[in-house]
Each structure stands twice: as structure tokens, then as C-alpha cells.
Design a protein around this ligand. Structure first.
Ligand code: URA
Length: 240
């Protein structure tokens, strides 16, 4: 997607989320004149509103210890129309404060990793296994993962990425299964249906782990190169 289109889409999404029918237009004379319904195609409108609905659904989860102790729901960041979706574990303190995934130190490293293969948050979409911060950054329990899994599967279905990158063992175990450890599972393409979609899936090390074990970054780099190669095979453009 072109940079300008992405900006317009993001503005439209924002207006939609705040239920505002007026869309800011760059042309001075037309400002605030266009109706969002005239400018988004049906497919993309549907996708954005279904994502907004999913967000509302997650936010209305009841009797959840994670939600009780969290400040904000952390739903996603990036481009909902991206062909690459990235799943982390769960929000940390910074993410909880800002309501956005991967904005803390691990997020800065993730941005660098993406940049190494010419990607950024305008051409990927990012979410987590759980959408509320586990207290003291503990791992989400199996029960919590199980509870959020239907939301995660729905999220992947709605985004419908061509490539799904799972960062760390929590995302790997949630979506692929418990049989393998991340050091064995990383760097391999996996074929598995997630709900009703069928992305090419690859697991890699979580950036927080790489900050603790920088000698493992060479493996993460191998995985990133595999993603770059797959993008070219699938004809995914770097700006798309
Ligand atoms: N770690 C994660 O797994 N997700 C975030 O959003 C931040 C840190």
C-alpha cells in the first residue's frame, strides 16, 4: 500500500472508531466533506469494523485477573491490511500504559529487526497472545492463554496474513502446540490452519530473550532472512 493510502486508511479507521462520519482530506477545499462509506471499499470497511468489534469483545471479557490489574487493553499496532502479522506474548508495563504492543525496549529491538529486512509498522500488523498485561510481566498461564486463544484465532482470521511470525515460546505454543521448544522450532516454515486461514508460519526468538542472550541474534537474523525470501516468493512488496 502506498504511504499516502496508508495514512488515509489510518485516518479513516480512527474516525470510524470514534464514530465520526467526517473524514479529513488533504485537499483544503474538501476537508471534512467525505463520508467514510464512500471512500473505503466494502471489503476493507468490513475488515476494519470487524476488527473494531473484536476489540470491543475482548474489552468486555469478564472475571479476568489480567484485565482487573491492567490499565489498558493492548489490541494491536501496525497495518491491518499488511500481509505479515507478528504475534508476541503479552503486553509489558509500557504497552499497558500506552495501549499498544511492543513500544518498550523489546519493541525497539523488534523495530530494528524489522528494519533489517526493510519492514516497519506500516507494512506489518502486530498483536499478542494475551491482550492485557500479566502482573509483574509474568508469563500468561495456560488457562489465560486458553481463554484468549479464540480471540487470537479470530484476530488472525480477520487480518488474514500471508506470513505469520510467532515471537517466542508462548506464541509458538499457543498457535502450534506444546511439543517443541522454540530453539528447535524456530527457522522452519510450518503449515497449519489458524481458524479458517492458512498463512505460512515461522517462529523466532522473542526480542526480550534476544536482549538477555544477544549471542542468539544470529539465529533471529537467519529467520528474518527466511521471511524476506518468502516475501519475494509470495510477491509481497516491501511497501505492501
Ligand atoms: N513483549 C511482548 O510479547 N509483547 C509486547 O507487546 C511487549 C513485549
Amino acid at each position: 500500500m502506498k504511504k499516502s493510502n496508508f495514512k488515509i486508511n489510518r485516518t479513516k479507521l480512527y474516525h470510524k472508531l470514534i464514530n465520526n462520519k467526517l473524514v479529513y482530506d488533504n485537499k483544503s477545499l474538501n476537508r471534512y466533506k467525505k463520508d467514510i462509506n464512500q471512500t473505503l471499499t466494502n471489503g476493507s470497511k468490513d475488515k476494519l469494523s470487524r476488527l473494531a468489534e473484536l476489540k470491543v469483545k475482548i474489552n468486555s471479557i469478564k472475571n479476568c485477573e489480567l484485565k482487573k490489574s491492567a490499565t489498558n487493553l493492548v489490541f494491536s499496532d501496525g497495518n491491518p491490511f499488511a500481509k505479515i502479522m507478528i504475534i508476541g506474548e503479552g503486553p509489558g508495563a509500557n504497552e499497558d500504559k500506552e495501549g499498544k504492543p511492543f513500544v518498550g525496549r523489546a519493541g525497539k529491538l523488534l523495530d530494528k529487526m524489522l528494519d533489517a529486512i526493510k519492514l516497519n509498522r506500516k507494512n506489518v500488523y502486530i498483536s499478542n497472545v494475551v491482550n492485557f498485561r500479566p502482573p509483574l510481566n509474568r508469563r500468561p498461564t495456560d488457562e489465560e492463554i486458553k481463554r484468549y486463544l479464540p480471540f487470537l484465532i479470530k484476530h488472525v482470521e480477520l487480518v488474514n496474513p500471508k506470513i505469520l511470525l510467532l515471537l517466542g515460546s508462548t506464541a509458538l505454543n499457543a498457535l502450534i502446540g506444546n511439543e517443541v521448544v522454540i530453539s528447535k522450532a524456530r527457522g522452519k516454515w510450518v503449515s497449519k490452519k489458524i481458524g479458517n486461514v492458512n498463512p505460512d508460519i515461522i517462529a523466532s526468538f522473542h526480542p526480550a530473550f534476544l536482549m538477555r542472550q544477544p549471542d542468539q541474534k544470529k539465529y533471529a537474523w537467519e529467520d528474518l532472512k527466511m521471511i524476506k525470501k518468502k516475501m519475494s516468493e509470495l510477491k509481497i512488496k516491501f511497501n505492501g
